[in-house]
Design a protein around this ligand. Structure first.
Ligand code: A2P
Length: 271
């Protein structure tokens, strides 16, 4: 009996129940530690911009699944992801080798707090990220609802080295020339990218730049104000903790899907 690759995956293991088996459409490597990829989107798969989903590979009887933020917006026909490559990481060790045509498994339900619904209305939306924590925000900045809700959207991204900022630069440029949201993004989206371990024009941890006030003087914006500013935070645990504290000190309070607030927090994917 011949089974299709859809049923068996590319390594001959059966596709588990309750997951979608999707095709890899493209892969792009940014550094030896970072890559993005796009897969087909199942017609029935719905999500809100900023959410994450569990993904895996059909390379074992019981595949390893990991949480991945969906980097494409909810209207996109494809699903985009941005990933770190962890040496010996149970999933990324294999995932970093995917090629167009390969199969990726996708659990059917997406979840997450980095969504517009979890924030009360405001004037400015601050998106604070480090490393692959930019992924959910790459979805949020491509959603028209973000620009309906906010007058200004500031995407902050801090990485160790300049190469690690490339994905963010590319996406922001593509967003500003997109036929659907390009006009809004050009008028409202600001990208503030910094490095901490390689000399570039803009340096420093975003937390330090908030505390020193340099972030605001660089952008010509007033300091954080709970009446105006809303935030989303995504990165390492220490980054979340430190940034959350800074926002709370500025008078903003944390929200959730069930209880929208002035900022929301979510840990970035780590293998
Ligand atoms: P730094 O180089 O000063 O540690 P990592 O790869 O370790 O997750 O770090 C990604 C980026 O996030 C780095 O630029 C790092 O700065 C920065 N970073 C790490 N921890 C924090 C934190 N607690 N607050 C602000 N930035 C942080």
């Amino acid at each position: 009996q011949v089974r299709s690759t859809r049923e068996t995956g590319h390594q001959g293991f059966p596709i588990p129940d309750g997951v979608y088996a999707e095709k890899v459409l493209s892969v792009k490597h940014y550094t030896d530690r970072l890559f993005s990829f796009r897969i087909s989107r199942p017609a029935a798969f719905r999500f809100r911009s900023g959410e994450f989903v569990m993904i895996g590979l059909p390379n074992a009887e019981k595949p390893v699944f990991r949480a991945y933020s969906i980097a494409s917006p909810s209207w996109d026909e494809e699903l985009e992801f941005y990933s770190i490559k962890v040496p010996d990481g149970p999933l990324t060790e294999h995932l970093q080798k995917i090629q167009p045509g390969d199969t990726v498994l996708l659990r059917k339900k997406s979840v997450g707090t980095l969504v517009n619904d979890a924030l009360i209305p405001g004037k400015r939306l601050w998106l604070f990220s480090t490393g692959t924590g930019i992924a959910p925000f790459v979805s949020v900045i491509r959603d028209p609802e973000t620009y309906e809700k906010f007058e200004q959207v500031i995407l902050c991204h801090t990485c160790r080295e300049a190469d690690e900022l490339t994905y963010g630069y590319e996406v922001v440029e593509a967003t500003k020339s997109d036929p659907l949201i390009g006009e809004d993004a050009t008028a409202k989206l600001v990208h503030y990218a910094t490095t901490t371990r390689e000399e570039t024009a803009s340096m420093g941890r975003i937390t330090d730049l908030i505390l020193s006030g340099k972030l605001f003087s660089d952008l010509g914006l007033p300091p954080l104000d709970p009446a105006m500013d809303r935030g989303m935070i995504c990165g390492s645990m220490d980054f979340l903790k430190d940034t959350k504290l800074i926002l709370e000190k500025a008078g903003l309070s944390e929200g959730a899907n069930s209880n929208p607030g002035e900022f929301v927090v979510e840990r970035a994917f780590v293998d």
